[in-house]
Design a protein around this ligand. Structure first.
Ligand SMILES: [Zn+2]
Length: 115
């Protein structure tokens, strides 16, 4: 008797299709069509201060109960980091986390593409 092997990627994708329906495709060059980080973060972090010369600005982190300004966001390239331990990443990662949407849906949301 053959031991059962873990699913390979193709099987995993097929099984996810079964669960969630057809995967939605992202438009071509979607990374070029992401919102301006400055506008994006200012709309979501009311406490965001002025950017320093290096492009980083500080504000209150939406991922924990932040009494100070633990969150740094880069208004030029969109990167973020919470110095209280919430992690960091790029603008898409921030949106995934703040919206609770799966990656593809979060990108579509950022692009303004209807689900
Ligand atoms: Zn945080």
């Amino acid at each position: 008797m053959k031991a059962s092997l873990p699913m390979n990627t193709r099987q995993a994708v097929a099984s996810m299709r079964g669960l969630y329906g057809k995967p939605r495709r992202l438009p071509e060059h979607w990374r070029d069509r992401l919102p301006d980080p400055d506008a994006y973060y200012r709309a979501r972090i009311p406490s965001l201060g002025k950017a320093h010369g290096n492009g980083w600005a500080q504000g209150r982190c939406p991922f924990h109960d932040d009494g100070t300004a633990s969150l740094s966001v880069n208004l030029a390239h969109g990167g973020w980091k919470c110095f209280a331990g919430c992690g960091g990443g790029d603008l898409v990662g921030f949106h995934v986390r703040v919206s609770g949407l799966p990656f593809t849906d979060a990108v579509r949301d950022l692009l303004g593409v209807r689900a």
